[in-house]
Design a protein around this ligand. Sequence first.
Ligand code: NAP
Length: 252
Amino acid sequence: MTKILILGGTTEARALAEALSGRDDLAVTVSLAGRTASPVPHPVPVRTGGFGGAEGLAQYLAAERVALLVDATHPFAARISRHASMACAAAGVPILRLVRPEWVAGEGDRWTAVADGPAASAALGPAPRRVFLALGRQELAPFASAPQHRYVVRSIEPVDAAPFADAVFIRARGPFDVAAEERLFREHGIEVVVAKNSGGGASDAKLAAARRLGLPVVMIARPPPEGEAVADVATALAAIDRALRRETVSRF
Ligand code: NAP
């Protein structure tokens, strides 16, 4: 059987695993970093935890005789994507990157694009504001330098050590709907939303709610992409079959 390793942690990775799970010519494994305590179940075997850098991943690929790696990690998970490129080059394993398209501002949106967390924190300005932070618990540090604001932080995992005092913490996992997001923003008197440009449909309701309420959004841009990518599962499936056909031809 041909082995495929999907680096996951995203809706797309799970959807791809689902689409491949019925294939009896393939043995598909999804790899998770282990960040969330109770990840959403997958229809294929899952391995959890880091590989020990690019070298460790290259060793894993060789030891497990992986025929193809699909990097379907989150667009902001830059390190694992870099490691995946390096490991595949070292181990001679073809790589396919699956990444959802980014969000694009439309009519009525009031977005300020910034490069990273520190720039987002600075963009909030000196006057105190009520800020909705749609960021992970590991991305809050830059906001320690702007303690004048009142933060509402929503994350999947609990925040154990917040770098600012005045904050409300909400634990929730998407998908979210627009009416509920609007209610949440009104309830907390939110004046500005900070978001990462993750793309996809599971968490874009906050942007529609901000548009409806006329709220500004500080949008953190994606880190530079690691090579070419396909944008959806259907295109990934076709690319996987093409890549595996090429592999078969070169092996026999
Ligand atoms: P990262 O900074 O790019 O990676 C840090 C380290 O975590 C990597 O060097 C690797 O450790 C390990 N790692 C990351 N993804 C892994 C995977 N799928 N399988 C095995 N090991 C993995 O990653 P991150 O931003 O912390 O994201 C971690 C995971 O959460 C990813 O799977 C990503 O798809 C998912 N996720 C991330 C975000 C986000 O905004 N960053 C949002 C939603 C989901 P070693 O070097 O030891 O191999």
